[in-house]
Write a protein that binds this ligand. Structure first.
Ligand code: WT7
Length: 656
């Protein structure tokens, strides 16, 4: 659709009515919103019965703001709920995962019965290595079935997984291991990306130089590369796991038992260890997966195209889908591993019916062109989802037209690592959809848009997104730092959870998410803090000072632009700074991850600061996005900004 056509359409039609194909859901749940809002706590108690409890909870919510307990006297086992109960119910032959490797033709099919055995063996192996209830285990793995098996085996033992995205650096891994005192690491020798093997184990070895408490490392052989081996500490998966008994009788744990930690960037340099507990988290994963995707476990093939290293992978590749007993596709590679039509081949070959991914990927696929999806049979698709950042109407319409044949509803789902599961989204068959809008809070969830004073805004107005009452999968806190938890989320608007996002209610009262309003950037759906990147930059010996902003970017949503002041000496005048800029970009990649590499580094002799010495990021963002500069009256030296704006035009840009 051309831009003009799109605009005309948006003006006239503005929304898509619920698709009749989804009438089953509408008929089965005609009053779902009304029922849930009449008594959200009671409604969630009913949803908890989606799980198999060893002891059924009689308590529902205990709320000591901001600390919630859900279903606290219930007991259960997360892994049993994901796997064993399906086998016991006679569904053991059902496929849990169609795993698709980076290389074309490399596939593995794993049924629920096979998954049960794999998880039992892994749980037995972890026990043998000394993992006990409550222990933290770091997982640093590529997208292979063993990653899912490992997560399930850890929670089966009542231990706590901390999955670290395999794209993170050794430094990032070690700081996460240290923060939650993980004593075990599960990893692989390497990973495949677009046909070539890239090593993972060296990053673990490097990280562990500063983590003396790690007792054992379990290593999957994936790429068959040479590895450094520490006798007594390192154990091959194929030698340790495969010889184990494939039966494991599991214990039950209280609903509030900690299940996992997931690190995410906040507004400071130190990532926050967001932790989740068992009963409430699983209840909301199961419920949202069921309603938002209107799943039909008998026939659906679901593909959440995300990485298990992020919360989307936890909630919608592992826990939500497995609890619902669906068949999934799990893909190891990149969208163009083996060609730019790889995704569409995977959908065609596996008859994928539900596709869930991030706007940044949709924009990339859109940029590659319509011919790639057109050459494939995508008629198996019936529902499309997006998550991770605001989706622009153009990408939404492309997704609808070229992938969903104008037939599949699109669910734009808003949530966060902290919320654990989806919070705001249309429900197919029940709510209308609008390109770019997440529409309304899910049943049982209370969301509001408020102004600076915490008062609700009217229709047609914007403000801050807040969550007005506790929900089952809410984070129980920041690992080891309850004060920071209160301060970050609960102090801005007393009694309400402050998400950090801007939002708007349109004339119909529907919700539009507008992106972060704090110093958190969203790069290709990955969350990074400006301070974290600044911290990495000033850690380089040549850097005196750095300021980082997220500037809007056509493909990645936001991109990192860094303003850097170097420590200069007199003979540096006239030097070629190109190599310095490149070195700084690589330095950030090494300290954090390649995803944190600035798109652009602007060297500047000075940074704009307020009279109290705070760097004015807002102005820098204006400069980075070539906007008219706002109010500069509180600056110490307003000329600095204009000078930087001039430098933007002349400075070498580090475009890849
Ligand atoms: C931040 C949370 C939720 C899993 C992936 C990201 C942004 C997320 C949407 C959406 C607009 C969205 C928000 C949020 N975000 N989904 N549908 N529309 N923005 O999890 O890394 O914890 O990031 O992602 O800014 O605060 P996360």
């Amino acid at each position: 659709m051309s831009e003009a056509k799109l605009e005309a359409w948006l003006d006239e039609t503005r929304s898509f009515a619920p698709s009749p194909e989804f009438a089953r859901q509408a008929n089965a749940q005609p009053s779902i919103y009304a029922e849930a809002s009449a008594d959200p706590v009671a409604w969630w108690r009913l949803q908890a019965d989606r799980l198999t409890w060893t002891t059924s909870p009689t308590q529902t919510l205990e709320w000591d703001l901001p600390f919630a307990k859900w279903f606290s006297d219930g007991t259960l086992n997360a892994s049993y709920n994901c796997v064993d109960r399906h086998v016991e119910a006679g569904r053991g032959d059902k496929v849990a995962y169609h795993w698709v490797g980076d290389a074309e033709g490399e596939t593995r099919t794993i049924t629920y019965a096979q998954l049960q055995k794999l998880v039992a063996q892994a749980a037995n192996a972890l026990s043998e290595l000394g993992v006990k209830t409550g222990d933290r285990v770091a997982v640093y793995m590529p997208m292979i079935p063993e990653a899912v098996v490992t997560m399930l085996a850890i929670v089966r033992l009542g231990a706590v997984h901390s999955v670290v995205f395999a794209g993170f650096s050794a430094d990032a891994l070690s700081s996460r291991i240290l923060d939650s005192d993980c004593q075990f690491v599960v990893t692989a020798d390497g990973a495949y990306r677009r046909g070539s093997a890239s090593p993972l184990k060296p990053a673990v070895d490097e990280a562990l130089e500063s983590c003396p408490n790690v007792k054992a490392v379990l290593v999957v052989k994936r790429t068959n590369g040479d590895v450094n081996w520490v006798e007594g500490r390192d154990h091959w998966w194929h030698e340790t796991v495969e010889r184990q008994n494939d039966v494991h009788t599991c214990e039950s744990f209280p609903a509030e038992h900690t299940m996992f930690i997931m690190y995410t960037s906040g507004t400071t340099a130190k990532p926050k260890g967001i932790f989740h507990t068992t009963g409430g988290y699983l209840t909301q994963c199961a419920t949202t997966y069921n309603y938002v995707f209107d799943i039909k476990p008998e026939s659906d093939v679901c593909w959440t195209a995300a990485d298990i290293g992020w919360i989307t992978g936890h909630s919608y590749i592992v826990y939500g889908p497995l609890i619902n007993g669906v068949t999934q596709v799990m893909y190891e590679g990149l969208p163009d591993s083996g060609g730019k039509d790889r995704w569409w081949k995977i959908i065609e070959q596996n008859k994928v019916s539900i596709l869930y991914t991030a706007p940044t990927t949709i924009r990339t696929l859109m940029k590659w062109g319509d011919q790639f999806p057109k050459d494939h049979d995508l008629t198996s698709l019936r529902l499309l989802g997006t998550v991770g950042e605001p989706i622009n109407p153009e990408a939404w319409m492309w997704y609808r037209e070229h992938i969903g044949s104008n037939r599949c509803p699109i669910v734009d789902t808003w949530w966060q690592t902290e919320t654990g599961a989806i919070m705001v989204s249309p429900l197919p068959g029940i709510t209308a959809t609008k390109p770019g809008a997440a529409m309304r809070p899910l049943p049982g969830i209370g969301v509001d848009v408020v102004d600076n004073n915490g008062d609700s805004v009217g229709n047609g107005e914007g403000g801050y997104l807040v969550i007005t009452h506790p929900w089952p999968s809410m984070t129980r806190g920041i690992y080891g730092d309850p004060e920071r938890f209160k301060e970050t989320y609960w102090s801005r608007f007393p009694g309400k959870y402050f998400a950090g996002d801007g939002a708007k209610r349109d004339e119909d009262g529907d919700l539009w998410l507008l992106g972060r309003i704090d110093d958190v950037m969203n790069i290709s759906g990955h969350r990074l803090s400006t301070t974290e990147v600044e911290h990495a930059l000033v850690g380089h010996p040549a850097v005196a000072e750095a300021a980082v902003v997220g500037a809007s970017d056509e493909t990645t949503g936001q991109a990192i632009v860094a303003f850097v002041t170097l420590k200069m000496s007199a003979d540096d005048a006239g030097k070629d700074y190109g190599p310095v800029i490149e070195e700084l970009r690589l330095h950030v990649a090494k300290v954090i991850s390649p995803i944190a590499k600035p798109r652009q580094i602007i060297l500047t002799p000075d940074l704009p600061k307020t009279r109290s010495g705070k760097i004015m990021r807002r102005l820098l963002r204006d400069v980075a996005e070539n906007r008219q500069l706002g109010d500069v009256t509180t600056l110490t030296d307003p000329t600095v900004v204009n000078m930087i704006a001039g430098l933007m035009e002349t400075n070498a840009s580090g475009e890849d």
